[in-house]
Ligand binder design. Structure first.
Ligand code: 2NL
Length: 376
């Protein structure tokens, strides 16, 4: 006997193993033949061979269908049809029960191989289909990120808006709160509460657009202050910017729609010096350190009243009106004029804007000509 691990002994052992394996295969072949014979004889049963053929056919069919599928949805339908509970593979496996016990594992193993193969094919095809869809999208949605963008100018505030903001900013710095209110008012808030009863000549001077007998477009933002005083006991310090209306013909200095800022302070012990100090401080912050003068004037809602001028580029320009709130206005609001006093002032924003920028015609502010507006 050669030694156990010499090359020749190894060869002999391999040969023996092959002979044994060959015998096994032969025996299996006989078994298959026997089964096949038996199954053709008894139609209610099925042979191992038939089942194996069915599986092979199913495999070929599946490979073909999967290869032809063009979408993820189609592939999912195929998966359900092939591997699902009511799928073709299940149908074949259902028939497996009719085989003799020892043959069943053979079909089971073959079926598992098929299942894995089909799953592999489905996965591969799904990746391919997705890749193709993505490639198609990329081709269709070409976007040249190096292309220069279309120019969209950022724009900027209209000079009237920036003027309002500047004015309001100065008053907020002095401790005033911003209040706003409706542009459609009643004659009570716009006139009567401001000591302008029906038939008072000031109603003619501030003629406006009436929407009904008692509704009108406000001629000033004073109604905002009246409304605020109705709901807020003194002390009050508010600034009321907004759009106002008057029945005026358009010319270089008049517009039926314009903007106003009104200021109101009500407290104990306020007198004309507070008014003068506040208005002077405001004007010098807005226009620079210029001479300011107060001239006696008249408003129905203030007493005493004054017009205020600034010396701008050597000329006196009237820029706003002001006064101590008339006790009749306070009384109408239920505020005791013996205890409280206050001052108010009003200005036209267009005029401030025109003086500041040297604009000669108010209409330029409303005609939206970019060659004009782009200068601000
Ligand atoms: C002007 C003058 C002014 C007022 C507005 C006012 C408001 C209340 C009470 C009293 Cl609630 N007065 N506002 C006072 C004086 C003048 O405006 O020339 N505006 C363009």
């Amino acid at each position: 006997m050669p030694a156990a691990n010499t090359p020749s002994s190894l060869l002999i052992r391999i040969r023996k193993a092959l002979v044994w394996w060959g015998g096994f295969l032969e025996a299996r072949g006989r078994l298959l033949k026997v089964t096949a014979f038996r199954n053709t004889a008894v139609s209610a049963t099925i042979s191992l061979q038939q089942l194996t053929e069915q599986l092979e056919q199913l495999e070929a069919e599946a490979a073909k269908a999967i290869g032809a599928a063009g979408s993820a949805a189609e592939l999912e339908d195929l998966r359900v049809g092939l591997l699902g509970k009511k799928g073709k593979l299940s149908a074949v496996l259902g028939a497996m029960g009719k085989l003799p016990g020892p043959e069943r594992p053979l079909v089971g193993q073959r079926a598992n191989v098929l299942k894995e193969q089909v799953q592999g094919l489905l996965g591969e095809r799904l990746s391919a289909v997705k890749a193709a869809a993505m490639a198609e999208r990329i081709a269709a949605e070409t976007l040249d990120v190096t292309m220069p963008s279309r120019f969209t100018p950022a724009g900027h505030r209209h000079p009237l808006i920036s003027t309002i903001e500047e004015i309001v900013d100065i008053f907020s710095g002095l401790g005033y709160r911003v209040e706003e209110g409706p542009e459609i008012e009643t004659d009570h808030y716009n006139f009567t509460a401001l000591n302008i009863p029906p038939h008072h000549p000031a109603r003619d001077m501030q003629d406006t657009f009436y929407l009904s007998e008692h509704e009108l477009l406000r001629t000033h933002t004073s109604p905002v202050q009246i409304r605020h005083l109705e709901n807020n006991p003194p002390p009050v310090r508010i600034v009321a910017p907004g759009r106002v209306y008057r029945r005026d013909a358009v010319d270089a200095t008049h517009s039926p729609v314009f903007h106003q800022v009104e200021v109101l302070a009500i407290d104990e012990g306020l007198d004309f010096s507070h008014l003068r100090g506040t208005v002077t401080t405001f004007l010098q912050r807005f226009f620079g350190d210029l001479p300011v003068r107060f001239r006696a004037s008249y408003f129905p809602f203030t007493e005493p009243s004054a017009e205020v001028d600034v010396q701008w580029r050597g000329r006196w320009l009237e820029v706003m009106g002001c006064g101590m709130v008339d006790p009749a206005v306070l009384e109408g609001l239920g505020i005791d004029p013996e205890r409280y006093s206050g001052f108010a002032a009003g200005l036209g924003v267009e005029r401030f804007c025109m003086v500041r920028h040297g604009i000669d015609d108010i209409r330029r502010l409303f005609t939206s000509d970019l060659r004009f507006l782009e200068q601000f």
